[in-house]
Design a protein around this ligand. Structure first.
Ligand SMILES: *[C@@H]1O[C@H](CO)[C@@H](O)[C@H](O)[C@H]1NC(C)=O
Length: 148
């Protein structure tokens, strides 16, 4: 880690605002619209995710539909093949979102992403979807990460 990114991590540990919006690709947020994706700590991009550490994820989106439920589905895409990625709580309604979700409202989906120490060290693309009652995507985002 260089001095500059170390400094940013220290700011993060002190609880100061240090989140830089993550560059992401929209992979079909059919009914919603994502405005910001924050991963903390992620001082440089692609985000380096250290095995054994936990990261906070904060996705700001507006919903195009009303839905009672929201369920997160996360995949790690390695060489084009999506591999299911487990997260501690896939219930979006227990991840900072007050359900039922209403149309045209802005929500902050906030959760944690633990990185297991048994994962291999590689670059991959994280595909994160949040699905509505009809299993359609409220949002679908993709962003590259590096497991280290
Ligand atoms: C998530 O992002 C929104 C908008 O930037 C912010 O208001 C909110 O405090 C953030 N939540 C967390 C847990 O960082």
């Amino acid at each position: 880690m260089d001095a500059r990114s170390g400094f940013v991590v220290v700011l993060c540990l002190m609880g100061l605002t240090c989140a830089i919006p993550v560059k992401y690709v929209d992979c079909g947020s059919a009914s919603g619209k994502v405005t910001t994706v924050d991963i903390n700590p992620c001082p440089s991009q692609p985000c380096q995710l250290h095995k054994g550490s936990s990261y906070s994820v904060n996705v700001t989106f507006s919903s195009g539909v009303a839905t009672q439920t929201s369920t997160a589905v996360v995949h790690g895409v390695v060489a084009g093949i999506p591999i299911p990625f487990s997260i501690p709580n896939c219930d979006g309604c227990k991840s900072g979102i007050q359900c039922p979700i209403q149309k045209q409202q802005t929500y902050y989906y906030q959760t944690t992403l633990p990185v297991k120490s048994e994962y291999p060290s590689l670059k991959l693309v994280v595909q994160w979807e949040l699905r509505d009652d009809d299993k359609k995507d409220l949002f679908c985002i993709k962003f590259p990460v590096q497991l280290v």
